[in-house]
Ligand binder design. Structure first.
Ligand code: NAI
Ligand code: MG
Length: 498
């Protein structure tokens, strides 16, 4: 495997003062997967039924932590997408529109409760198919999925109160395309508000992480949702493009790379489809000298190593005020050294597997670029499993603003570190990338939080924390990070016409 190792990169400093490994060894604590049922093969979910793909083709999904094939998904082609859109249209014009808003809300409450009941099973499957640590899928992803369904369930019969004086109406059939970093959570972000507003959906999960979406389809069947309200088609980019270009879809909601987002925006130009795009990011974290340093370090660790850095709003750039730069750097290295990288199903694991071979190669490509650009590359010395796709937590220092590693989205556990002297310089550096999704600031002074918060061209700015999510809060980007907002009332409005 083309892996960048500590040997290859020669860490620039002898690093850690603490030898965590010898002080503190954890015994393995694997989560049991026995209760999570996985079929050998999953069909498409169209019109309330599981149906075979017209091409007869299937593709494999692997566990990125060990390379084992977990199951196979059906490949949806143009005619399957068409079938799904027809089913969604029929439901939209028929049964789904004829039931009351209150009844619609009840279905969403039911789904939310069913997710809670099966939280453990969903968490295990999410970690197996996607590589994220079980601690995260269990404590972050799945609870947030339920929270989104609960939140939007509450709005279903209160749309006129959400938008007083207006007569909100459902948009119609929504095509939704989601990525692999938060598979079930992105599904919830898309499906919960769409259904609350009375729309029907055709959703395509990412090709490497479709398992929980199909488990969700089973749950939709059990919840008794009318046929065709939720349709799930699996496949790769071509299937996604069939959804984007389908003439009978009223709205497209996409989360994924900026490159594909641009393609989609081009395809939609001149059509009357509504759209929201949630794309990449290069979040900056600004740490002032007066910040609570230990708290800041913990926040930074969470911001970039959480979910292997597979987070569009990840804090992938650290801007630290000169006076505390050395202290922050040393504390960060010490903390990085204590992170456990390995089996996603082990409850002790902090950093799991990189989602796919493709993403693994992308991250390693950027580590080479960092070296070519003259960065100092520091990696934690932790052991990583021999099989599977793993990257050690990495810090890139001695970088400048124009470096590719500072400007481009790496989407891995890789943090760049730069220094600044004044708040204005920090804001200027933070804003100087093509993105504007999220940022963070650590300081003891409320006034600095407001100054930085209003200066950052970012959809989200966290203060003295990072990566905190809530269904009531809108989320979305400036510049190349996207168009429109999801979450909260803004996210509701995106699924209505007035
Ligand atoms: P991607 O943008 O290709 O994939 C996201 C989704 O879009 C998947 O469901 C995919 O099947 C679908 N898709 C791909 N091509 C399409 C097309 N032409 N039309 C319609 N749908 C299409 O992302 P990819 O290649 O998996 O990751 C590449 C980079 O994208 C990552 O390194 C990362 O920088 C960024 N990314 C950002 C995400 C975010 O949350 N903003 C999520 C995933 C990736
Ligand atoms: Mg997989």
């Amino acid at each position: 495997m083309n892996e960048v190792t500590k040997e290859t990169y020669k860490p620039t400093s002898p690093n850690s003062k603490l030898d965590f490994a010898s002080v503190w060894e954890y015994a393995p604590a694997p989560e049991s997967a026995s209760h999570a049922e996985v079929k050998n093969k999953y069909e498409l979910f169209i019109g309330g039924k599981f149906v075979k793909p017209s091409s007869g083709n299937y593709f494999e999904s692997t566990n990125p932590a060990n390379g084992e094939v977990i199951t196979e998904f059906a490949e949806a082609s143009k005619s399957d997408v068409n079938k799904a859109v027809k089913a969604a249209r029929k439901a939209f014009e028929g049964e789904w529109s004829s039931i009351s808003a209150k009844e619609r809300g009840k279905y969403l409450y039911r789904i939310a409760r069913m997710i809670q009941e099966r939280a453990r099973e969903f968490a295990v499957l999410e970690s197996m198919d996607g590589g994220k640590p079980i601690r995260e899928s269990r404590d972050v992803d799945i609870p947030l999925v339920a929270a989104h369904f609960f939140y939007y369930a509450g709005w279903a019969d209160k749309l006129e109160y959400a938008f007083p004086g207006q007569k909100p109406e459902a948009v119609g059939v929504c095509g939704q395309i989601i990525p692999w970093n938060f598979p079930l959570l992105m599904l919830a972000w898309k499906i919960a508000p769409a259904l609350a507003c009375g729309n029907t959906v055709v959703l395509k999960p990412a090709e490497t992480t479709s398992l929980t979406a199909l488990k969700f389809a089973e749950l939709v069947q059990e919840a008794g949702l009318p046929d065709g309200v939720v349709n799930i088609v699996t496949g790769a980019g071509e299937t996604g493009a069939e959804i984007v270009n389908h003439k009978d879809i009223d709205k497209i909601a996409f989360t994924g790379s900026t490159g594909v987002g641009k393609l989609i925006q081009r395809s939609l130009a001149g059509t009357d489809k509504k759209f929201t795009l949630e794309l990449g990011g290069k979040g900056a974290m600004i740490v002032f000298e007066d910040a609570p340093i230990d708290q800041a370090v913990e926040g930074i660790i969470n911001a970039i190593f959480f979910n292997q850095g597979h987070v569009c709003c990840a804090g992938s750039r650290l801007l630290v005020q000169e006076g505390v730069a050395d202290t922050v750097m040393q504390k960060l290295k010490d903390r990085m050294e204590s992170l456990i990288v390995g089996d996603p199903l082990d409850k002790n694991t902090d950093v799991g597997a990189i989602n796919s071979q493709g993403q693994f190669e992308t991250i390693n490509k950027y580590l080479k670029i960092a070296l070519d650009e003259g960065a100092d590359v520091y990696q934690s010395t932790c052991n990583i499993p021999e099989n599977g796709y793993f990257v050690r937590p990495t810090l890139l220092s001695n970088v400048s603003q124009s470096n590719r590693v500072v400007q481009e989205e790496i989407f891995g556990p890789v943090l760049t570190i730069q220094t600044f002297r004044t708040a204005d310089e920090a804001i200027q550096k933070a804003n100087n990338t093509p993105f504007g999704l999220a940022g963070g600031v650590w300081t003891d002074k409320g006034s600095k939080i407001f100054k930085v918060g209003s200066g950052l061209r970012s959809g989200v700015v966290w203060a003295n924390t990072y990566n905190k999510f809530d269904p009531t809060s809108p989320f979305g980007g400036y510049k190349e990070s996207g168009v429109g907002r999801e979450g909260g009332l803004h996210g509701l409005g995106a699924y209505l016409k007035f």
